[in-house]
Design a protein around this ligand. Structure first.
Ligand code: SIN
Length: 311
């Protein structure tokens, strides 16, 4: 029997596939649709303390090899997602879900995380340190000093299972430096990667999204090699208690297989989910299971992290 079951921070999931924050997760209706699909769980849209409109439209554009977006963290505010999750965890006590969040300042991040800490929320929290799209706000995790400071402050009061969503890194020294910081903290997971920030896509003579004169985060097929490199680089460097969620460039079961081979315990789908809808979860799960069956693998543990090198 081939199984794609997985586990993060001791919580079990029937399937290792889920949505990537930002896609199919803005409203309760969208979250319910993901929940009722073949996905193992869902993550909410990144919540800020107050609701936000986000950037002006058009702000998301599907392109042949992926997508470009500059959403600017539109969301319904922390209470909307947290209240829904608090009800859900009583209705479905056997399932675990992810709450994504970040403040518009370090102070706001602490206010939000303290609210979560004081609530009865029993799920997993993902702190988004990597949104590339809010004008004037840099991607936090590219600033190692600030990241270290935020994490040290957070873990002074936050005792629930917490992970972080990372931007892609492109230099071996940055993998080393980032991992050295993360290894100091009781993080449960890192999620690699958010979109590749600030690309430009042009049709005829024009950009395709309005914010920031067309600059936006790139997702989809373009970013798989970068996503795999980040998953594997952190798998090699992080202490085993910090698991990896792989995100980026998952169009097929083969792509999910490669993320797991690089060390991912869970695989998220963004651009493909936006293009194809929740049916993508069943298709990609079946494709992944077929590959596992052909290779004689029964569980993800049989091949997770076992990427082969050339001597
Ligand atoms: C956005 O809302 O701009 C996308 C979220 C993200 O990339 O973290």
């Amino acid at each position: 029997m081939v199984s794609t079951k997985t586990e993060i921070a001791g919580f079990e999931f029937d399937n290792c596939l889920m949505n990537a924050a930002g896609v199919a997760c803005m409203t309760i209706e969208e979250l319910e649709e993901v929940k009722q699909s073949s996905a193992g769980t869902f993550v909410t849209k990144t919540a800020t303390l107050e609701a936000r409109q986000g950037n002006p439209e058009p702000r998301y554009h599907d392109v042949p090899l992926g997508s470009i977006n500059s959403m600017g963290l539109p969301n319904h505010g922390l209470d909307y997602y947290l209240n829904y999750l608090l009800e859900l965890q009583d209705k479905e006590p056997d399932r675990t879900f992810f709450l994504s969040l970040v403040g518009m300042s370090p102070e706001e991040t602490h206010t939000i995380l303290k609210k979560v800490q004081e609530s009865d929320f029993r799920g997993l929290t993902e702190l988004n340190l990597s949104c590339p799209n809010v004008p004037g706000k840099p991607q936090i995790a590219y600033d190692f000093e600030t990241t270290d400071k935020i994490l040290s402050e957070v873990f002074a009061y936050f005792t629930k299972p917490l992970g972080i969503k990372l931007p892609p890194y492109f230099d071996i020294v940055h993998f080393d430096q980032a991992a050295a910081i993360f290894n100091q903290y009781p993080l449960k997971f890192v999620n690699c990667v958010n979109s590749v920030g600030n690309g430009l896509y042009i049709e005829d003579e024009s950009v395709v999204i309005r914010p920031k004169n067309g600059f936006g985060g790139i997702g989809g097929e373009y970013i798989k090699p970068t996503a795999l490199a980040n998953v594997h680089a952190f798998y090699q460097r992080l202490k085993p208690e910090i698991q990896i969620i792989g995100t980026g460039g998952v169009l097929t079961g083969r792509d999910a297989f490669e993320h797991i081979l690089c060390g991912a315990s869970m695989v998220e789908i963004g651009t493909t989910l936006h293009k194809e809808g929740v049916a993508a979860f069943e298709r990609i799960t079946n494709e992944l299971k077929e590959i596992m069956a052909e290779k004689g693998y029964e569980s993800l543990e049989d091949f997770r992290g076992k990427l082969k090198y050339i001597d």
